[in-house]
Write a protein that binds this ligand. Sequence first.
Ligand SMILES: Nc1ncnc2c1ncn2[C@@H]1O[C@H](COP(=O)(O)OP(=O)(O)OP(=O)(O)O)[C@@H](O)[C@H]1O
Length: 311
Amino acid sequence: MNEELALRFEGIEHRRTTFRLGPLSLDIPKGYITAIVGPNGSGKSSLFRLALNLTQPDSGSLTMLGEKVGKYPDEYMKQRIGYLSEDSSSHDDSIRGNSKAEFHSFWYRNWDVNLYQELLQVFKIHDHQPLSKMSKGMRRKFEFTLAMAHHPELLLLDEPSSGLDPLAWKSMIEVLHRYMDQGDRTILMATHIVEEVRRLADYIVFIVQGQVLGVYEKDELFSSWMNLYVSCERASHKSLENMPGQCAIEHAGGTTYRVTTDRAMEAEQWCRQEDVAIVSRGSMELDDILAVLMEQSGFGIRAYEARGHGK
Ligand SMILES: Nc1ncnc2c1ncn2[C@@H]1O[C@H](COP(=O)(O)OP(=O)(O)OP(=O)(O)O)[C@@H](O)[C@H]1O
């Protein structure tokens, strides 16, 4: 058993009529924030449902906080986890916020009424309303508050900022930073928001069509991926293909080419050696990197068209 891991997916496969997740293996380190990033329908929420034992894999095994998922009753594991699902449950619509909180206080051993009240104030929530009467953002903030208030060791957040206004989003980021400051806490979050990943994540997992494309340390990822605009007499598609980490080459006019590399430092060194002038450098955003990775793995638009589809 690895004490350093919050979650371990080992050879997990989950088949549905129109979708197959895996087979995949994935380690989520303890003490860090990991963001799962991928297009709609790629399997992010499915990973959460498997971790929470809401659905079971067809093969493989899953370990969470050192325990095999499914070995103990869910009630035991859920004491240690805070979960914010993508959608609110309609079963709770008629319940008032404070009644739901009362239920949580009874059920969770570590329920912290002071933290609960503090977060209500931070997010300006009035918990006497029925949940169905709260606005989408209000309800999201309330459910986030509930997920936090029993001091979970592990937070599973499925698109946490969905529906939040910019001020509430900032508050949420601060609350999450404060949560992590306590040490030995872990967050696994699914998100489409690039800025959220930039501000929060230590690690990034890219997932597409049920397959993990890679796990990356965030700062390393952003510093190693770059668009280099290069120019030289000899510059031709052919010679630039030898640039280290070269992932894509596009003619940008005249003798200038845009080369995408995932090994920026080595690529620049190569340019100096080969007498290729670097005209400018462009950092890459997460969605650009994901698009290139998808092309490389055969999941991208070009790869799709090359297989004779989409014409
Ligand atoms: N209850 C279900 N029954 C059958 N198929 C399902 C069910 N829930 C999800 N799926 C399918 O599983 C696939 C992955 O869905 P999932 O919700 O895990 O994706 P996601 O990455 O979280 O997407 P999004 O970014 O849109 O939230 C989709 O093709 C979806 O249609």
